[in-house]
Design a protein around this ligand. Structure first.
Ligand SMILES: [Zn+2]
Ligand SMILES: [Zn+2]
Length: 312
């Protein structure tokens, strides 16, 4: 028996329609239109507890938080931020150095900026260390700025310019001040607590600019850090002196809990209120959470998983 040609025709039409719809069905609807990842460099949870940070603490209390998220080892600024912003561990991204060196290879895994922009979203990065040129070199960033003095007032001014000019869908903001103070004066020093307080005030101005731009109701903040820190022993500083290096009270890079334990806070649209995250949160989960919130499909190579328990 010959198949009815009109039934075959309609079967093909239906198959074609189903295939056309498939990508739409697979891509999840965005949960937020804007995600702001804010990294406070060397902000260990024990520092945040001790510092005057009313803006940070209000978001932590009202949103979802854990004081026991973990960064990667080595707990160093560039490898950690590459994990935070690419969704994979150091064994996968292979960035083991901690400085800007144009001779070093460009990132071999895509950043969340590249992935978001492929999806038609706008991106911005404002940071207070030259090593963040690593992300600029990888591409996918619409607004990139390293303020001249690398301090939090300049960071806030640049971030506010970016928000007003580009209303970015995905923005990363880095405050270096606590790390500078922690190395120079000790990881629990008054100078470091003052640096954290200054960054918190600067962050408050950025938050106000986001509200002024009308983005508050459609935004999620993720507040976190690249690593914690510990004070060097007297013996370590004696060894440094023998090698002609200046004494440096504070450091990080190890696998000790003081070095690897970081804060993780989500606040804003669709975030559970006053919720304590008990699921494990790892450095690369920030990348996964940001993409998931923005409705960008997670690449198969990702190690990070969205912190779904923090959201309604
Ligand atoms: Zn750092
Ligand atoms: Zn440091």
């Amino acid at each position: 028996m010959q198949p009815n040609p009109s039934l075959v025709f309609f079967a093909f039409i239906r198959l074609g329609f189903a295939l056309f719809c498939l990508p739409v069905l697979l891509a999840e609807a965005p949960r937020a239109q804007h995600v702001f990842i804010v990294s406070f460099d060397q902000a260990a949870p024990f520092n945040i507890e001790a510092a005057s940070m009313p803006v940070f603490k209000k978001l932590a209390t009202e949103g979802a938080h854990t004081w026991e998220a973990f960064t990667i080892v080595p707990s160093l600024t560039l490898p950690s931020h590459v994990s935070m912003l690419t969704g994979v561990g150091v064994q996968k991204h292979q960035v083991t150095w901690n400085d800007w060196d144009p001779a070093k290879p460009i990132l071999t895994v895509p950043t969340i900026f590249q992935l978001a922009r492929t999806h038609g979203l706008s991106t911005a990065l404002v940071a207070s260390k030259e090593k963040f040129k690593t992300f600029e070199a990888a591409g996918g960033i619409d607004f990139f700025e390293l303020p001249d003095d690398y301090l939090c007032d300049g960071i806030a001014a640049a971030a506010i310019r970016a928000i007003k000019a580009t209303r970015p869908n995905l923005m990363f903001i880095h405050f270096g001040d606590p790390d500078f103070a922690g190395h120079l004066h000790g990881v629990r020093s008054q100078e470091k607590l003052a640096a954290l307080a200054a960054c918190d005030a600067a962050f408050g101005r950025i938050q106000a600019a986001i509200a002024e731009a009308g983005l508050a109701d459609s935004s999620v903040f993720i507040l976190t850090a690249d690593h914690g820190g510990h004070d060097r022993s007297a013996e370590e500083n004696e060894l440094r002196a023998k090698r002609g290096l200046a004494p440096q009270p504070g450091t990080h890079g190890d696998a000790t809990s003081d070095d690897v334990t970081i804060p993780w806070v989500a606040a804003g649209k669709s975030v559970k209120s006053s919720y304590t995250v008990t699921a494990p949160v790892l450095q690369y989960d920030t990348a996964a959470t940001a993409l998931w919130l923005l409705g960008v499909p997670l690449p198969a190579h990702f190690w990070g998983r969205p912190v779904v328990s923090a959201f309604d």
